[in-house]
Design a protein around this ligand. Structure first.
Ligand code: SAM
Length: 213
């Protein structure tokens, strides 16, 4: 993701605490209180500019969504979409996914979406990949029993690495497509990166995995 310097982003984010939750630690184990219901919680890690998560929240009012994005300059575009749509079932967190356990209680999340995660192709950066063993451990902690990860990318190397990582961890593969846009999968919600890469003719890979009970 190319980062543009947006010195005003921090200020804008703090002006909307009802959308970008300022102290997410305080909701650990209590997200249902913030949403005002007990609907399942689905999170997206690396939300980027937010097209996927706002689209999903609009389509599925019975699910609570939380979009997690590290960079202020990026999440501010997701915030704009949320301001425009005012969705009661969507919140954003401007945090690093490595700290997920500080924000979610064990078993508080039902599903994790990873869309077009940074590939970190160099071997020495393997630990930064969001499908690395250490992240799978973290996800297992916050997910319900048999919780799911839905993953898509146009990066063949990252996809192959992730399938290996899921398999070595003992996750069950419940869906896989090596060419999503030419498959019979219905209801795909496009992300910004997906639109960009698909327009260039890149193939989109997608899988769903779940933790064993
Ligand atoms: N999902 C979006 C899409 O498909 O259009 C954005 C994809 S972009 C390649 C990956 C995003 O993940 C970037 O915005 C990056 O800042 C974010 N990201 C990477 N590592 C992260 C982490 N540890 N915690 C939170 N966000 C992260």
């Amino acid at each position: 993701m190319r980062l543009r310097n947006k010195p005003w982003a921090k200020e804008k984010i703090s002006a909307y605490p009802q959308y970008v939750v300022p102290n997410p630690e305080q909701y650990k184990g209590k997200w249902h209180e913030l949403f005002g219901n007990h609907h399942p919680i689905h999170i997206e890690i690396g939300t980027g500019k937010g097209q996927f998560i706002t689209g999903m929240a609009k389509e599925n009012p019975e699910i609570n969504y939380i979009g997690i994005e590290l960079y202020e300059s990026v999440i501010v575009s997701a915030l704009d979409k949320l301001i425009e749509n005012d969705l009661p079932n969507l919140r954003l967190l401007n945090v690093n996914a490595k700290d997920l356990a500080s924000f979610f209680e064990n078993g508080e999340v039902e599903r994790i979406y990873l869309n077009f995660s940074d590939p970190w192709p160099k071997k020495r950066h393997e630990k930064r990949r969001l499908t690395h063993h250490s992240f799978l451990e973290l996800y297992e902690q916050i997910l319900i029993s048999e919780g799911e990860i839905h993953f898509k990318t146009d990066n063949q190397g990252l996809f192959e690495y992730s399938l290996m990582s899921f398999s070595q961890y003992g996750l069950l593969l419940t869906y896989v497509s090596l060419d999503l846009h030419h498959s019979d999968f219905s209801g795909n919600m496009m992300t910004e990166y997906e639109e960009k890469f698909a327009a260039k003719g890149n193939r989109i890979y997608r899988c769903e995995v779940k933790y064993r009970a």
